[in-house]
Design a protein around this ligand. Structure first.
Ligand code: ADP
Ligand code: GN1
Ligand code: MG
Length: 354
């Protein structure tokens, strides 16, 4: 066991520490103590999060803000302090933090039903609402330009030009796919710049596996993975959920016939999300929800592609083409969304009652 396990104020002494979950960024472990209490221990990815102090400052202040509104540790992610009363630990292996384990919960890699997906939508919509009175200017930018889509496109162009791993030849079709959509990348950032879209405090990583549901009732419990809570666009939070959860297959499915964009799942998410935060959204924000879905999917596709071209230094991969396979699923979903564009817009209008 890592010595870090013993450096937090746990109830009981840790007796086991096993690798846990399917996150692409941090190393996550389940720690169990001798009195049967469960904790989540994470080795923070310092390559991705350059300033851990700022990162943990964000998480501590956001969870404090949420905790004032709802003190149930199953509803708000709860930091376990170190024995020295700090929010994280630095040792010779890296940076560590511990969270209270959200008990009797499930975390899904795929939507098993429209109802589960709608529950996750409610959780993320509600999360955004609960942070609507959070002082955004006190948050640090933990990943600069995370959803700055034109900047992401420029990064892809540079990776293609440099081609440091000589992989561009094996990704010609994917590169062309992204390049033919160059104009799309600035659609929402331009609206933000001209003041048509407001900046909100958003989660920015609204994957289905970043929300915990009650194992029995399947009701939403808790939004987790708060590393990227920063000012952002409501449509991007909506869109990132759609990208991951409204697909009929896993993010790294190799058989693209199995990867389809599901309109019923899109509808379920739209209903859940808008039921939680519709009253706080502007008409422009509502109108751009489908665009958020397409752009977050396109962006994630080019992030995987860029990482593939650069030698897989960002996302955790299991085999050499893993990022390219992930890119292909995202682009398949973009193609599907383009085919169903009018329907997506009609669904949003109908659910929002506009
Ligand atoms: P990453 O940034 O690598 O995605 P996450 O914080 O999302 O890391 O954690 C990875 C996984 O660990 C989650 O998808 C979830 O299954 C599990 N997990 C994380 N925090 C908790 C928690 N407090 N309670 C229960 N499970 C958790
Ligand atoms: C990463 O950390 P995780 O696995 O929840 C990534 C997201 C991507 C996602 C793709 C901090 O999310 O931005 O959309 O992978 N998180 C970070 O699955 O880069
Ligand atoms: Mg995660």
């Amino acid at each position: 066991m890592f010595s870090a396990c013993y450096q937090f104020q746990t109830s009981g002494t840790p007796v086991s520490c096993e690798r846990y979950g399917h996150g692409h960024i941090n190393e996550t472990y389940l720690v169990i103590t001798d009195n049967g209490t469960w904790y989540i221990l994470q080795k923070i990815n310092h390559h991705v999060f350059k300033n851990v102090d700022n990162l943990m400052h964000n998480i501590a202040s956001v969870t404090r803000h949420l905790g004032v509104k709802d003190s149930d540790p199953r509803h708000v992610l709860t930091i376990v302090p170190t024995v020295d009363n700090q929010d994280y630990l630095k040792d010779e292996q890296g940076y560590w933090r511990m969270y209270v384990f959200v008990t009797d919960s499930i975390c899904l890699e795929r939507a098993e039903s429209e109802r589960d997906f709608a529950s996750s939508a409610f959780a993320f919509g509600n999360f955004q609402n609960m942070l609507s009175d959070f002082p955004a200017d006190t948050l640090h930018e933990t990943i600069p330009h995370l959803h700055d889509t034109p900047v992401r496109f420029e990064a892809l162009k540079k990776a293609v030009q440099e081609d440091i791993k000589a992989r561009a030849a094996s990704a010609q079709e994917e590169i062309a796919f992204a390049f033919t959509r160059e104009k799309d990348f600035s659609l929402m950032t331009d609206m933000r710049k001209s003041g048509k879209l407001p900046l909100r405090v958003t989660h920015n990583d609204t994957k289905l596996n970043n929300v915990m549901l009650d194992a029995n009732t399947r009701q939403p419990l808790c939004v987790i993975d708060l590393d990227t809570v920063m000012p952002g666009l409501a449509g991007n939070d909506f869109g990132d959920s759609i990208r991951f959860g409204a697909s009929t297959a896993a993010e790294d499915e190799k058989d693209l016939h199995k990867v389809n964009f599901s309109l019923p799942l899109f509808t379920a998410y739209t209903k859940g999300f808008l039921s939680a935060c519709r009253d706080n959204l502007t008409q422009e924000e509502i109108d751009t929800l489908p665009m958020g879905a397409k752009l977050m999917t396109l962006e994630c596709g080019i992030r995987f592609l860029t990482d593939y071209l650069q030698g897989d230094t960002y996302f955790r991969t299991k085999y050499p083409e893993h990022n390219l396979i992930r890119c292909r699923t995202q682009f398949k979903l973009v193609t599907d969304m383009e085919k169903h564009w009018d329907e997506m817009n009609s669904i949003v209008k109908e659910v929002a009652g506009t």
